[in-house]
Design a binder for this molecule. Structure first.
Ligand code: HAM
Length: 418
């Protein structure tokens, strides 16, 4: 028996239809990134392991159990893009050049998670990082941009949650408070959280286990740990979101699963997804440049999960480019068919045909199946008058058109085509 191969668990093959959605998301994102003045970075899939230990954090799930290592080397497949962009910035001493940069990136990330719906081992991020300013307007811009991309692709139903962890000192204060508060209930926490409470109490807030969640929810977290600067920053951000009429929920329990965040954190979720409901997330990381490069450099960013967005879209139709299908009544018209096809393509009209030797009826069935918006039918009788039949599939209307006017006629129709 020959072995039957299938894709590795936790990865997905993109069919042409799925790829079409992916490409639409890419294109719409790039348009928006350009509009907001972001420049694209394409960075390697491989990075040094210690980069993520130092940035994402030793006690996080990503570092503890999800890093995909290259055997025998201290190299991993990148689990996320933020640390990598910071590495790029520091390596190229961009702080000595202009220091204020707006980057975006699109590409695969790798996490050796236990696969489930919406949780993959290889998935794609559409992400952005703004480096060099602590303005709360940039926190707002990053949130707006993430929402705009999700919106543009057709996901109208989504929720935004925001919180502020505060600066390094505020985070320490918050960690101390959590540790103190959970002291008595320590034994009721899961074994993982019992360990976390010693090394990194904030991670306990992020535990997904029901038993831990119940205890955590009784902590009465609020803005009390924030110093006046951080509180002002957060209040100002919320005021901008209010001005922009962006709907959000302040969630003091939102801490995120990566350690580098300071101040603003946010998550965009969809109720179209199951337990893995985050479409994307992000926040500020004003302390990360200090940890990795000993420089003070404020920054903020986000990453959207492409496959999660595709899952949430489900059957929602993503607008595709109009397609013209050409059929011929009789296989002896193949030459004419090929010549019309070439003419349309030379005029930038997306067109195709069925080159199998099939009846007109079967060709038209195929055209319909692949979603043709217009069909051109070549028939002996019409061709003798230098004419073809042009059918608008949406309107179910057809007309005879002069062959030498076909491209102009189709272009005219495409102009008004929604
Ligand atoms: P993250 O929350 O780890 O943040 O990932 C961002 C998004 O990627 C998630 O909201 C989710 O949609 C998607 N995602 C994460 N893990 C998986 C997975 N295993 N399978 C499928 N999709 C997944 C970051 O990575 C930060 N770097 C975001 C950021 C950028 N913060 C500041 N700048």
């Amino acid at each position: 028996m020959k072995k039957k191969y299938s894709n590795v668990r936790g990865t997905i093959d993109f069919s042409p239809q799925q790829n079409f959605i992916y490409e639409s998301l890419r294109n719409e994102s790039i348009k928006l990134f350009n509009l907001y003045g972001y420049k694209q970075l394409i960075l390697p899939f491989l990075e040094e392991k210690s980069l993520f230990i130092k940035s994402v954090g030793q006690t996080t799930d990503i570092v503890q159990s999800q890093m995909m290592k290259i055997e025998g080397k201290d190299i991993v497949l990148r689990p996320e893009g933020t640390a990598q962009v910071v590495r790029y910035y520091l390596q190229n001493r961009l702080d000595k050049k202009n220091s204020f940069y707006k980057f975006f990136y699109i590409g695969p990330m790798f996490r050796g998670e236990r696969p489930q719906k919406g949780r993959l081992r290889q998935f794609n991020h559409v992400g952005a990082e703004v480096i060099g300013s602590n303005s709360f307007y940039l926190d707002a811009e990053i949130i707006m941009l993430a929402l705009a991309i999700v919106d543009k692709i057709g996901l109208k139903e989504k929720k935004l949650q925001v919180n502020s962890l505060g600066c390094r000192k505020d985070k320490e204060k918050l960690s101390k408070y959590i540790k103190e508060k959970l002291k008595k209930q320590k034994n009721q926490l899961c074994p993982n959280c019992q360990r976390r409470i010693k090394k990194n109490p904030l991670r306990v807030i992020d535990c997904k286990r029901d038993s831990c969640r119940k205890i955590v929810n009784s902590l009465e977290l609020e803005k009390g740990h924030l110093c006046s600067d951080c509180r002002n920053h957060f209040d100002n951000l919320l005021a901008v979101l209010d001005d922009l009429k962006i709907d959000y929920r302040y969630n003091p329990y939102l801490v995120r699963g990566l350690d580098y965040y300071t101040n603003t954190v946010f998550e965009i979720t969809s109720n179209q997804l199951g337990s893995q409901d985050a479409l994307g997330a992000g926040g500020r990381y004003n302390d990360l440049f200090n940890q990795l490069g000993n420089i003070e450099m404020p920054a903020v960013g986000f990453a959207l999960g492409v496959e999660r967005i595709m899952l949430a879209l489900g059957q929602t139709k993503v607008k595709s480019f109009p397609l013209v299908f050409i059929a011929r009544a009789g296989n002896e018209l193949e030459n004419e068919l090929f010549s019309v096809l070439t003419k349309l393509r030379n005029s930038n009209i997306v067109s195709t045909c069925d080159f199998r030797k099939k009846s007109l009826k079967a060709q038209l069935r195929y055209g319909q199946k692949i979603g043709a918006d217009f069909v051109v039918i070549l028939g002996e009788e019409e061709l003798r008058k230098d004419k073809v039949i042009l059918k608008d599939m949406k309107k179910s209307k057809q007309e005879e058109v002069k062959l030498n006017q076909l491209t102009t006629k189709i272009k005219e129709k495409l102009k008004n085509y929604a």
